[in-house]
Design a protein around this ligand. Structure first.
Ligand SMILES: Cc1cc2nc3c(=O)[nH]c(=O)nc-3n(C[C@H](O)[C@H](O)[C@H](O)COP(=O)(O)OP(=O)(O)OC[C@H]3O[C@@H](n4cnc5c(N)ncnc54)[C@H](O)[C@@H]3O)c2cc1C
Length: 444
C-alpha cells in the first residue's frame, strides 16, 4: 500500500500522518473524536472520489466521508482508514432563471445561503452555517424555512452520486428513483454525493427572532401557553425554545414579511405575559443571512459533546413537566423546534425521512472540556433524556449517537427499513459505506 500509487490516481491532495493539514482534516465538531486515518484524500471532483474509493477497496481500507464534520459521532473519520475529505468541492452555482442551485458534495450551508441570497433566493438549510450540506441534507435537513418549503431533502431534485463500485450516476424522480427516495433521509449509506441540485424559492431575506425568558421553576404555565399557540402558528413562524441551566427561553423565529412577524410576536408576548411576566424579552430583527450565522461558533471544535434526541407528536403537559425538571447540575442544554407546515405536507412514503407528523424535535446537548468528565456528562444527558423516552415517537437520524439498530428503529419504520435495505443491496451490497447510521445489506 503505497502513497505514491494513490497520489498518481488523484487530482487532489493526499495527506498522511505528519503532513501539514492532516490534523486539521481529521478534526471534527466533537472533540471526543480523535481518530487517525491512514490517508486523507482531499477530493477535487467526482473522478477523485471514484479513484479513492477503488483504492480503498483494493487495500481493504475503511471509508469515511467528510463534509462539514458536524456528525456528532464522528463517522467521517475512519481510524486507520481512508477519509474522503469533500471540502475542496465546496462550490455553489445558482441559476436565478430556473431557480436551481448546483451544490458540490463538500459545500457548507453558508455557501448555499450566500449564493442563493445574492439573487433574492433561498432554500431550507440548518441553523449553523459551518454545518455541511452533505450530512444535513442526506439525513433530512431541518431549518427555519422548513415549515414553508419543506426539509432540505425535500428541495433536492437530483443527486450526482459515486457508488461503491466507483460508478458516477444521477438519482432523481426519473433516474434511479429508489436511490433518489433513499438519499432523501437515508444518510450516507448509498454512495458519495458529489452534487446536489436544489430548488430555490424567492426569499427577500428578512427575519425576526423573539425570546421570552423565564426561570425554569416558573416556566411551566407560560410553556403550556406557548405550546398551545404553536399549533396555530403561521408557516413563517417556527416556535422554538431553549433551556440552558435554569433559564428557559420561549419564542419563535420568523422568516417573511417583517410587519406580519412583528404582529405575531406582539401577540405571543401578550399571551405569555397574561400568564406570567417574563424576566426579559429579546426581540431582534435581522437579515436572513444574519439569522443563519448567529449561532456560528468557530471555536466550537474544542468541546467534547454528547446528544440525545426525541420527536414528540404532542408536547403534552407531562412532557413539559419532564423537560422542566432541572434539579441536578451538569444537565444538558435543551432545544425544542416545531415541525408541521410544509414538512408534514409531504406524504410519509415519498422519502426515506420519517416522522413527518412530529410536533416538536427535542435535542439535549451536553458540552464540556475535561476528558475526566466524559462518563458523568454522558450519563447525565442519557438520564435526563431518558425521563422523556416514554413520550417520544422516534428520533431524527441526524442526532442519533452510537445507538446502533435501536437508533435506526427510532428513526425509521419497519417498512422503511426494509425498503432502505433493498436500496442498500442494490447499490452497496458489501457495505463499503458503513461508517454512518448503518443500513446493513441483507447479506451482511
Ligand atoms: C452545530 C450544529 C448545528 C446543527 N444544526 C442542524 C440544523 O439546524 N438542522 C438539522 O437538520 N441538523 C442540524 N445539525 C445536525 C446535522 O444535520 C448533522 O450533524 C449532520 O450529520 C452534519 O453533516 P456534516 O456534513 O456537517 O457532517 P459530517 O460529519 O461531515 O458528515 C456526517 C455524515 O454524513 C454523510 N455525508 C456527509 N456528506 C456526504 C456526501 N456528500 N455524500 C455522502 N455522505 C455524506 C457521511 O455518512 C458522514 O459520516 C447540526 C449539527 C451541529 C453540530
Amino acid at each position: 500500500m503505497t502513497r505514491a500509487v494513490l497520489e498518481q490516481t488523484i487530482g487532489g491532495q493526499v495527506l498522511a500522518p505528519g503532513d501539514d493539514g492532516y490534523d486539521e482534516a481529521r478534526t471534527v465538531w466533537n472533540a471526543m473524536v480523535d481518530r487517525h486515518p491512514r490517508f486523507v484524500v482531499r477530493c477535487s471532483d467526482a473522478a477523485d472520489v471514484a479513484a479513492a474509493l477503488r483504492y480503498a477497496r483494493e487495500h481493504d481500507l475503511e471509508v469515511g466521508i467528510r463534509c462539514g464534520g458536524h456528525g456528532i459521532v464522528g463517522h467521517a473519520v475512519p481510524d486507520g482508514g481512508l477519509m474522503l475529505d469533500l471540502r475542496p468541492m465546496g462550490g455553489v452555482v445558482v441559476d436565478p432563471t430556473t431557480r436551481r442551485a448546483r451544490v458540490q458534495g463538500g459545500a457548507l450551508l453558508g455557501a448555499l445561503d450566500v449564493a442563493a441570497q445574492e439573487h433574492g433566493l433561498a432554500t431550507t438549510a440548518g441553523n449553523v452555517s459551518h454545518t455541511g450540506v452533505g450530512g444535513l441534507t442526506l439525513g433530512g435537513g431541518m431549518g427555519w424555512l422548513a415549515r414553508r418549503h419543506g426539509l432540505s431533502c425535500d428541495n433536492v431534485v437530483s443527486f450526482e452520486v459515486v457508488t461503491a463500485d466507483g460508478s458516477i450516476i444521477r438519482a432523481s424522480a426519473d433516474e434511479h428513483p429508489e436511490l433518489y427516495w433513499a438519499l432523501r433521509g437515508g444518510g450516507g449509506n448509498f454512495g458519495v454525493v458529489t452534487e446536489f441540485e436544489f430548488v430555490l424559492h424567492p426569499e427577500p431575506g428578512r427575519a425576526i427572532s423573539a425570546e421570552f425568558h423565564y426561570p425554569a421553576d416558573q416556566a411551566d404555565a407560560p410553556m403550556r401557553r406557548w405550546r398551545d399557540l404553536s399549533t396555530t402558528a403561521p408557516r413563517e413562524a417556527t416556535f422554538s425554545a431553549t433551556i440552558g441551566g435554569q433559564d428557559v427561553a420561549l419564542g419563535l423565529v420568523w422568516v417573511g414579511d417583517p410587519d406580519a412577524g412583528a404582529a405575531a410576536i406582539a401577540d405571543l408576548d401578550a399571551e405569555l405575559t397574561a400568564v406570567a411576566e417574563p424576566t426579559s424579552r429579546v426581540v431582534e430583527p435581522m437579515s436572513y443571512l444574519e439569522l443563519q450565522t448567529r449561532e456560528d461558533d468557530v471555536k466550537g471544535y474544542t468541546w467534547r459533546r454528547y446528544w440525545k434526541g426525541h420527536y414528540f407528536d404532542v408536547l403534552g403537559d407531562e412532557v413539559i413537566d419532564a423537560v422542566l425538571a432541572r434539579g441536578a447540575a451538569d444537565l444538558p442544554n435543551v432545544s425544542l423546534q416545531a415541525y408541521g407546515g410544509a414538512i408534514a405536507d409531504v406524504p410519509d412514503d415519498a422519502t426515506a425521512f420519517s416522522r413527518r407528523d412530529a410536533a416538536f424535535e427535542f435535542v439535549a446537548a451536553s458540552l464540556w472540556k475535561d476528558p475526566a468528565k466524559d462518563e458523568a456528562r454522558m450519563a447525565a444527558a442519557r438520564r435526563y433524556a431518558g425521563t422523556m423516552d416514554r413520550f417520544a415517537n422516534g428520533a431524527y437520524v441526524n442526532v442519533l449517537g452510537d445507538d446502533g439498530v435501536a437508533g435506526l428503529r427510532r428513526a425509521y419504520s419497519d417498512e422503511k427499513l426494509a425498503r432502505l435495505t433493498a436500496v442498500k443491496d442494490e447499490f452497496d451490497p458489501d457495505n463499503v459505506f458503513h461508517l454512518n447510521q448503518n443500513i446493513r445489506p441483507s447479506a451482511g
